[in-house]
Design a protein around this ligand. Structure first.
Ligand SMILES: NC(=O)c1ccc[n+]([C@@H]2O[C@H](COP(=O)([O-])OP(=O)(O)OC[C@H]3O[C@@H](n4cnc5c(N)ncnc54)[C@H](OP(=O)(O)O)[C@@H]3O)[C@@H](O)[C@H]2O)c1
Length: 302
């Protein structure tokens, strides 16, 4: 039986992974309190003692705006700790599964981004995530790096939770309509991760190494934050949740009108042909996993 270490067990993706991979091996899960990525020597000690076959890293510094002021901390967690995971995985001849972001791109392509497109992050978070990817690839342990976008779930902080909260208090909302990508549910990410891991576990070392690389992971389709917010409010209203903001009082604004500390890419839709063909996956439309999360949120908000 393979020994699997999961880091970041309390995050959106980490929480879902705990369910989906629990029967795929002997799973040991760590949160920030038991494995803090700011303490590299303690992190190394855990891996040296446990000697896992597989490390899944769902931990990350994800506060995109705050990262502009906390560059050192973001780098330590998203780059330096990730490099350490890759080095230790290589020594153990293990497999590292890691997550990255559409924010590694500058968003100027205006076409779906493919895995080999040049990265050019526009903010500190994106830079530290891109540097984490580069560290894994240059150390070259067996790895899967899943780049994903606009993650949401029933847990934690995300756009849906924020919209629900403010639409209950305010009578109108102004939401950005010039940033385009794909909302991706943490459950969907965990399911696809389990599917790919299952495939790799059936392969020998050589084949596993051949499959190493970056894969884009998101459902089909795309939207912008404004359309996404309108969909969330109209769907939840239909399911019986009461808001002060009716959908007709949600108004579009541009990124330039909403000042944020970090610049975000305007177009970061990820092309998923590579993951689909390599792992024989049919991606579903982004509304499908979203409706599932919204119906469970509706129950909690009755
Ligand atoms: N969220 C998005 O929209 C998005 C978009 C694209 C890609 N991604 C990527 O997807 C992956 C999963 O994201 P997510 O949305 O699940 O993130 P999340 O909900 O913010 O979870 C991140 C986890 O990392 C943990 N963490 C933060 N600092 C840590 C530290 N110093 N030591 C150990 N753990 C620490 C957090 O611990 P606490 O629970 O203690 O805070 C949290 O559980 C990340 O690699 C992220 O970069 C996310």
């Amino acid at each position: 039986m393979k020994k699997i270490i999961l880091f970041g067990k309390n995050g959106q993706v980490g929480k879902e992974l705990q369910h989906t991979i629990k029967n795929m091996g002997m799973l040991i899960s760590y949160g920030r309190s038991s494995a803090n990525f700011e303490n590299l020597s303690a992190l190394k000690k855990i891996i040296k003692e446990e000697k896992p076959d597989i490390i899944i890293n769902a931990a990350a510094y994800t506060a995109v705006d705050r990262a502009e002021d906390e560059q050192k901390k973001a780098k330590l967690i998203n780059t330096d700790a990730v490099a350490l995971l890759a080095e230790e995985t290589k020594k153990l001849n293990g497999l590292l599964i890691h997550y990255s972001t559409d924010y590694v791109f500058d968003g100027k392509k205006n076409l779906e981004y493919r895995e080999l497109d040049a990265t050019n992050p526009q903010n500190i978070y994106g830079q530290t995530k891109r540097d984490g990817e580069n560290a894994i690839q240059s150390i070259n342990c067996k790895h899967l790096i899943f780049r994903t976008s606009w993650v949401y779930s029933n847990y934690g902080h995300n756009f849906i939770k924020t919209i629900v909260k403010v639409a209950k208090i305010k009578t109108e909302l102004k939401i950005i309509n010039d940033q385009t990508s794909t909302p991706t549910s943490a459950e969907f990410i965990a399911d696809v991760t389990a599917h790919c891991l299952n495939d790799l576990l059936l392969m020998n070392n050589e084949l596993m190494s051949q499959k190493s690389g970056i894969y884009h992971l998101s459902p089909n389709g795309k939207t912008n934050w404004y359309e996404y917010a309108k969909f969330i409010i109209s769907e939840l209203s239909f399911l019986g949740v009461h808001f002060k903001t009716p959908t007709e009082n949600i108004f579009p604004i541009t990124s330039a009108e909403l000042k944020t500390a970090a610049t975000r890419p305007l177009y970061s839709k990820l092309n998923t042909d590579k993951i689909s063909s390599t792992f024989n996956l049919d991606m579903m439309d982004w509304h499908v996993p979203l409706r599932k999360v919204l119906s469970s949120l509706a129950e909690q908000n009755q």
